[in-house]
Design a protein around this ligand. Sequence first.
Ligand SMILES: [Zn+2]
Length: 89
Amino acid sequence: MQVFCLATVETADVQCKVCGQNYALYFECKSHEERQQALQMVVDTLDQHHAESPESTVHPDKAFNVPAWHGVAHMSGAAILGGAPPWAA
Ligand SMILES: [Zn+2]
């Protein structure tokens, strides 16, 4: 299960508890249960980003994938199957 997380100022699916950065999420899978698990993974990942600093700059500039994906972020399965917007590229 992979999630594509895109920094946004508009409708957000999740907000960082530490700095308030908003992210829209795009899921590889459509099942509600898996999405809930994936959402929790994203929340945990955002927390981990803040291990060293409370600044919002600890997050990737624009987009990232959970679990970590070493390809181009917007080319991940979650970005493509989840229907990430073209401007995410
Ligand atoms: Zn944050």
